[in-house]
Design a protein around this ligand. Structure first.
Ligand SMILES: [Fe+2]
Ligand SMILES: [Fe+2]
Length: 197
């Protein structure tokens, strides 16, 4: 059995049915975007399968795990501990005892993708963009219309897709009166600088 099959079995036995279904849909969308932009599908499968492995942990469990493993989180994440499931998932990916069919740079890319899928971050990398987009637009998501999902999906670059998602998130946050939107702000500003003439 290869790594992805073993991982799939591991994830099925670890998370709820509902979370697993979201994970599967995220994986399918991530693979389709990966193929379109020339990334290896196994890389995105691994990132998607791991991304929400700690999503249902309590805030206490997440904080204990971060402390136990001496992981470095952002103040923004400590203020919103549910976000720590990205860092916890990245650590679980690192410590899972199975032979990985990835080279060092791919392992790093998967780690960054899982690590930053919650907020977006300037260091998340293009595979990280793919996971971030797929997690946001997978067909089971009800927070945006099919037209909006199609609009995001049909944009010509990963950067344009992430930028639009961040804009949508910022406007959602502002309707809730939230002004601190975490590291996604720096990513957005960087992307805007890079795309301006
Ligand atoms: Fe998540
Ligand atoms: Fe997710």
């Amino acid at each position: 059995m290869d790594y992805i099959d073993k991982l799939r079995q591991h994830i099925i036995s670890t998370i709820s049915q509902e979370r697993y279904e979201h994970t599967m849909r995220t994986e399918q969308v991530a693979i389709s975007i990966a193929e379109r932009f020339g990334y290896r599908r196994e890389l995105l499968s691994a990132a998607a399968l791991w991304h929400d492995v700690a999503r249902r942990w309590s805030e206490g469990e997440l904080l204990d795990f971060i402390e136990k493993h001496k992981l470095i989180a952002l103040p923004y994440e400590f203020e919103n501990p549910m976000l720590l499931h990205g860092l916890a998932g990245a650590q679980l990916f690192n410590q899972w005892d199975s032979q990985m069919p990835f080279d060092e740079s791919e392992i790093e890319a998967i780690w960054r993708s899982i690590r930053w899928h919650t907020t977006g971050h300037v260091e998340m990398g293009e595979p990280g963009y793919i996971l971030f987009i797929a997690d946001y637009i997978e067909p089971g998501r009800t927070h945006l219309s099919d037209d909006d999902k199609d609009r995001i999906y049909s944009l010509p670059s990963l950067q344009a897709m992430v930028r639009l998602i961040l804009e949508m998130q910022f406007s959602y946050f502002s309707t809730k009166g939230v002004t601190d939107i975490g590291p996604g702000r720096e990513l957005y500003e960087k992307m805007c600088r890079e795309c301006s003439p």
